[in-house]
Design a binder for this molecule. Structure first.
Ligand SMILES: [Zn+2]
Length: 207
């Protein structure tokens, strides 16, 4: 089995510092894309979003922004939000608080954002208490599992549609590994949500 929702203890932290779902009652959802930008996946996502006239939030890896600045600039020009996803996708469980902080700040050298999504959703209390001074942590309410080898494209779509609710933060990945499943599931999910009266908004430190 795998977990579509984050661990319960994330949900008891103050949403002022760590957000799993936006506290709204109306039909608003938040699409997020992690691990880009990469030429193999991100432009395809941007094209889909343009077609549907939808804005999303991209949690970018600093080193990918360094390598693919033109794609990052298009994300910004298209009106999407961006968040910090560390410099090179460092797991908090494999780094000291100091090394982790430095890695996140190295990402910030390439773009500024007050949003931070910890890679793999993994961090320690020490890392959290240091970084929450500079960032609002954004986890998710729904993982599509598009990166998981045992999850089919159809199941990714179901993971998203069956867990849609007001304020949902849905995670896809604009990565080479997830591309095929993400490109299958994303348009179907958007159509499903729009048909049920949902709109999509971007994340910000204030939502
Ligand atoms: Zn990631």
């Amino acid at each position: 089995m795998y977990a579509i929702h984050p661990p319960w203890f994330y949900r008891v932290l103050s949403p002022k510092y760590l957000l799993c779902q936006v506290p709204v009652r109306n039909k608003v959802a938040y699409l997020t894309f992690d691990d880009g930008p990469v030429p193999e996946a991100t432009p395809m996502v941007l094209d889909i979003l343009v077609n549907f006239k939808i804005k999303a939030s991209f949690f970018c890896v600093g080193d990918n922004v360094r390598k693919h600045r033109d794609i990052f600039d298009r994300i910004m020009a298209d009106g999407h939000a961006v968040g910090n996803h560390s410099f090179n996708h460092l797991s908090g469980w494999k780094a000291s608080p100091g090394a982790y902080y430095n890695n996140v700040m190295a990402c910030r050298e390439y773009f500024d954002s007050k949003l931070f999504r910890p890679p793999h959703g993994r961090f320690t209390p020490g890392q959290y208490f240091v970084l929450r001074n500079d960032f609002r942590f954004v986890l998710w309410s729904v993982l599509t599992m598009d990166y998981h080898p045992a999850v089919s494209p159809e199941q990714c779509l179901l993971n998203a549609t069956e867990n849609l609710s007001p304020g949902a933060i849905i995670v896809f990945h604009d990565s080479i590994k997830s591309k095929e499943k993400m490109i299958y599931a994303l348009p179907g999910f958007i159509e499903y949500a729009l048909a049920r009266g949902y709109t999509f908004e971007v994340l910000s430190p204030e939502v």
